[in-house]
Design a protein around this ligand. Structure first.
Ligand SMILES: O=C(O)C[C@H]1C=CC(=O)O1
Ligand SMILES: [Mn+2]
Length: 394
């Protein structure tokens, strides 16, 4: 069989882009994002873009920007050069043979491949991913300044602008009692005008979660993300069974592979999966995890790793193809960054992200912006996270 879209060149670079304010999570505080941006050229001249963003270097999970860039240039790119770019599954299998794990790195390459092939065909990426079912999705914003007044100010503004009315609060860095007080104050300030989520990012053990989650639910929280360590499926299962009639439990770090999804589904250990293209290892594998959710009557949420508009648009194309049992999305990454890499961002109207059309992912990359933030040009140091008072308590 002759190759229709031979892959000619693949390049990966690390960018450093400051955030508009410190973003505080259970494991530390970040003040910049360091996405890896992939460019993939086909022999026909088409070029696609992909992105893998981590949070706090290798703090959210094992992969770091430096490791991702290395995996791509040393192992994944050589496995794909000269291959037919249109055979997406074969490309994924070749990457698996060349490299175990490294889901984020693979996702960035697969993204660039799908963008390049879709552009060659003058099609939106969603056309290659099953077809568009949603024109827009409710868009959440994360309140994570660490300060109640600042969080409330941010939320008020975003409500007035009709951009967001779902707010996710990052907790788990302070004591559970302090977190309950913080969340309750915000809930009182926004009463009746917003939906509230908390993301504990694995910080609590099972008994802390059993004791404090009911208090957060009493305060008005309706969706609870990854309250316990990613291995702690037993605790997730208990929380799902006991809190299920009052709030939904969402798995994030626990659900990466389709096998993780099966395990959670069999154990009835959550109500919702947070889907993230990077942790699932690409757009196609995110569809596999979503299919398990669908088959098990589990809902989905369009998650983010705080990508620029490149990775966010790619995720938006995929999310636009998924089923109806969703809890909206949080593709707000571009808004948290001081600047973006595309000429025009996806639009937000009436609290909803307008899901883009093509060609490819439907965003045009501004090469001057890529060069402006390129670590190879700016010579920035590899500083990713401030462990702050979390480390001081150890
Ligand atoms: O969900 C996460 O764990 C990571 C990320 C998503 C939104 C946000 O503020 O942080
Ligand atoms: Mn999360």
């Amino acid at each position: 069989m002759t190759s229709r879209f031979p892959i000619e060149r693949i390049e990966a670079r690390i960018l450093d882009i400051p955030t508009i304010r410190p973003h505080k999570l259970s494991f530390g505080s970040i003040s910049r994002q360091s996405p890896v941006i992939v460019q993939l050229w086909l022999a026909n001249g088409a070029c696609g873009f992909g992105e893998a963003a981590t949070i706090g270097g290798p703090s959210w999970n094992e992969e770091s920007p430096e490791g991702i860039q290395h995996a791509i240039s040393a192992y994944l790119a050589p496995a794909l050069l000269g291959q037919d770019g249109a055979c997406f599954e074969t490309a994924l299998t070749r990457m698996d043979l060349a490299c175990k794990g490294n889901a984020f790195a693979k996702s960035a390459v697969e993204m660039a491949l799908i963008d390049a092939v879709a552009r060659s065909l003058s099609l939106p990426a969603w056309q290659l991913l099953g077809g568009k079912r949603h024109q827009s999705l409710p868009l959440a914003w994360t309140l994570a300044s660490g300060d109640v007044d600042r969080d409330l100010e941010e939320a008020q503004l975003r409500l007035e602008q009709k951009r967001h009315r779902i707010f996710k609060m990052k907790i788990g860095a302070r004591s559970p009692a302090q977190d309950v007080a913080h969340v309750s104050q915000i809930a009182r300030g926004l009463a009746g005008r917003a939906t509230l989520t908390v993301d504990v990012n694995q910080a609590w053990d099972g008994s802390t979660a059993r004791r404090y989650l009911p208090q957060l639910i009493d305060a008005g929280v309706t969706l609870i993300e990854q309250p316990v360590a990613r291995w702690n499926v037993e605790a997730l299962k208990t929380l799902t069974a006991t809190l299920g009639n009052r709030a939904s439990i969402m798995a994030d770090e626990t659900v990466c592979t389709p096998q993780d999804a099966m395990l959670l589904a069999r154990a009835q250990a959550c109500h919702v999966f947070s889907l993230k293209v990077a942790k699932h290892g690409g757009l196609l594998r995110t569809r596999q995890v979503a299919a398990v959710a669908d088959a098990a009557d589990i809902g989905w949420y369009g998650g983010t790793m705080l990508e620029t508009s490149i990775g966010s648009a790619a995720s938006a194309h995929l999310f636009s193809t998924l089923g109806t049992q969703h809890h909206g999305c949080e593709l707000f990454g571009p808004q948290l960054l001081v600047d973006d890499l595309v000429t025009e961002r996806m639009a937000i109207r009436d609290f909803e992200l307008q899901l883009p059309d093509g060609p490819g992912f439907g965003v045009e990359v501004d090469m001057a912006q890529l060069n402006r933030f390129d670590r190879a040009r700016t010579g920035q140091a590899q500083v990713h996270i401030d462990l702050g008072h979390r480390a001081a308590t150890l």
